[in-house]
Design a protein around this ligand. Structure first.
Ligand code: MN
Length: 508
């Protein structure tokens, strides 16, 4: 259930669907089918596309289109449809099917023959290679239905075109993963905090996942039941995987703290597996019966693919899970993150991102260290945590916000940099980045947009994957990047208020 490698994404399918009609006669339709199969095969084999691409028979009647859309809805493997009109497919035939369709659509505007054969082109060639107008008819109808979909334009063997389709497939896989997903909250929200709150019923209607609370005592029972032999084995795993601090090693003065961290990991894992959860939240204000705030355990579970956020922030936990699915097989990690502290030197402003403990080691540069330090908040025993830096390079932060009448997905692209100097006294994992276009504009835009201090941070997921994801969930998407200008961004915020207030209901 938790994706660890590409094999799990390759069990999912995007269906390659070609529209046409009977007027062309059987010979042309045979050619259309054979060309479509060749394209589907090429996409299926493309390294940029992480799911299977499955050819479906060419659709020429309203009945066949409706049946295909119903079949897609029912299929547990199908994450969405890639549609294309090699020839002309009158789109009134598509209305009933598309009105029933509950899966995302990518409209692939391509042509089987890349080039116009200037010296030999005749009417037969023109009649077969009609996507230039067939896809416009197809596009009109989806726009008329207010069906938000991806449109990818270009030659099907082009790497950039395949990359864009791959990005959409990653978003569709994450959307698919959310349907019926369960997220557990141990305790409630951090008291009095606003941005981590939200409407869980609205989220389930919109996103398909459910969020439910559990008493921390239910978790403590599993933690206390962890067998000593399993704790021994897990501690040995830690010693192999990380640089363990001297006081935590065998016969070290704080060895018991490391064993306690292992006990918490075992109990947490048992609880999550038994409940079929894809992510969880904790809150340091409700740890009754746990010796430490879970740090190491949370970090390791996140690295395996669980969504997580602290302080009861279920929206971010679910977002981190979705980003983990999107990132499967890509280089670079994905973590729960928090904008923590600024470096406001005008010669190089940057953000230090971290959390009290819970940063995912998938973003670690080198082998993480296992350390134990006092927390200074929560009044519990010193928690064990992984400490590391994050490698330089491009990345992004994403936040999901509940605005009361809708959800907003806010993304800021960043450039991760090395810290100006080593941070020998900072006892937590951290990342240092320069937000795009720069810190003053990015932070002002983020704050005007109501962006949270908690984010999903990734060096694998790109902004276009998240934009596709927002489109398929039907929510607002805002991007702060190299091109952002604050005045224009603030207008976009105002216009979006009006747009989202007006547009609900237009589709029907
Ligand atoms: Mn926090």
């Amino acid at each position: 259930m938790i994706p660890a490698d590409m094999a799990q994404l390759k069990a999912l399918e995007a269906w390659f669907v070609t529209g046409s009609q009977h007027l062309y006669g059987p010979e042309t339709l045979k050619q259309v089918a054979s060309d479509s199969q060749a394209i589907a095969r090429a996409l299926d084999g493309a390294t940029a596309i992480p799911v299977r691409v499955v050819f479906k028979p060419v659709l020429t009647t309203p009945e066949a289109i409706t049946a295909l859309c119903q079949e897609a809805n029912q299929s547990p493997q199908c994450v969405g449809l890639i549609t294309w009109c090699h020839t002309f497919s009158p789109s009134k035939m598509w209305i009933n099917g598309l009105r029933l369709l509950r899966k995302p659509v990518a409209h692939f505007h391509t042509q089987y023959n890349r080039d116009i054969p200037w010296s030999s082109i005749d009417m037969d060639f023109m009649n077969l290679n009609q996507a230039a107008h067939g896809d416009r008819e197809h596009g009109f109808l989806m726009t008329r239905l207010r069906l938000d979909r991806k449109v990818v334009v270009g030659y099907w063997q082009d790497r950039e075109v395949q990359r864009q389709l791959g990005a959409w497939c990653r978003a569709a896989a994450a959307w698919h993963d959310w349907q019926g997903a369960r997220f557990a909250r141990f305790g409630d929200n951090m008291r009095e905090v606003a941005v981590t709150e939200g409407d869980k019923v609205a989220a389930q209607i919109r996103f398909g996942y459910s969020v439910n609370g559990y008493g921390v005592g239910d978790l403590v029972r599993e933690v206390n039941a962890a067998p000593e032999a399993d704790i021994d084995a897990l501690v040995r795993d830690y010693e192999e995987a990380y640089r363990v601090a001297p006081s935590l090693r065998k016969s070290g003065s704080q060895r018991a703290a490391l064993r306690e961290a292992a006990r918490i990991e075992l109990g947490l894992r048992t609880f999550l597996e038994a409940g079929g959860f894809k992510g969880f939240t904790t809150t340091f204000e409700d740890l009754h019966g746990l010796a430490q705030l879970p740090g190491l355990a949370v970090q390791r579970l996140m690295a395996e693919g669980y969504g997580f956020a602290a302080e009861g922030d279920w929206k971010t936990a679910a977002l981190v899970r979705a980003m983990k699915v999107m990132a499967t097989g890509l280089e670079g990690g994905t973590s729960f993150m928090e904008d923590y502290t600024y470096h406001l030197d005008p010669r190089g402003m940057k953000v230090l991102g971290a959390h009290m403990l819970e940063i995912c080691p998938s973003i670690a540069h080198g082998k993480p260290a296992v350390e134990v330090h006092p927390l200074g908040i929560g009044g519990k025993a010193d928690p064990v945590r992984l400490v590391f830096n994050t490698p330089p390079g491009p990345g992004l932060n994403a936040a999901m916000i509940d605005l009361g009448n809708r959800f907003r997905l806010l993304v800021n692209t960043v450039r991760v940099v090395r810290a100006d100097r080593p941070l020998p006294k900072l006892p937590v994992a951290r990342a240092v980045w320069v937000p795009e276009p720069n810190l003053p504009v990015a932070a002002a835009a983020w704050i005007h947009a109501g962006g949270a201090h908690h984010t999903g941070f990734s060096q694998a997921v790109t902004a276009d994957i998240l934009e596709d994801f927002a489109a398929m969930t039907g929510i607002e998407f805002l991007l702060i990047d190299q091109a952002t200008q604050l005045a224009a961004f603030r207008k976009e915020l105002r216009w979006n208020e009006v747009y989202h207030a007006l547009c609900s209901g237009w589709a029907s």
